[in-house]
Design a binder for this molecule. Structure first.
Ligand code: FE
Length: 131
């Protein structure tokens, strides 16, 4: 038997194309909106085909001293080349990258997860310092 949390893989994004990369821009000041970009395949491109693609990215925030994370957003990537003519015929492909805005009064940890339809669950985290 396996537990879900044991199935999340992580690695250095510079050598592993599946890891969600978290980048924060904006002021990171108390109560002011900041932008968080999450992308899979930042350093090494991940395939994006009907047969092999990133299906979703989710982002959570765990405030310092918090017991439970908050889900900031959940993003499904729905187009991977399929059309009525068959796989990889539509020329329409959702990129596995999103940007979300949010605000907080506390520092904490941003936690991202992503899912590749054939290579499973991946995760990464980044410290968020709020001045
Ligand atoms: Fe993959």
């Amino acid at each position: 038997m396996a537990e879900l949390n044991e199935l999340f893989k992580s690695a250095d994004f510079k050598s592993e194309k599946h890891v969600p990369v978290i980048e924060v821009s904006g002021s990171a000041s108390k109560g002011e909106s900041l932008n968080v970009a999450i992308a899979v395949g930042k350093e090494i491109a991940h395939p994006n085909t009907t047969e092999h693609h990133i299906q979703w990215i989710r982002l959570y925030f765990l405030p310092e001293g918090g017991k439970f994370p908050y889900e900031l957003g959940s993003f499904e990537f729905g187009s991977h080349g399929a059309s009525a003519e068959g796989p990889n015929t539509s020329t329409v492909y959702s990129d596995a990258k999103v940007t979300i805005s949010f605000k907080t009064e506390k520092s904490g940890t941003l936690l991202a997860s992503s899912y590749c339809n054939i290579h499973g669950l991946w995760q990464s985290s980044k410290t968020l310092s709020i001045a």
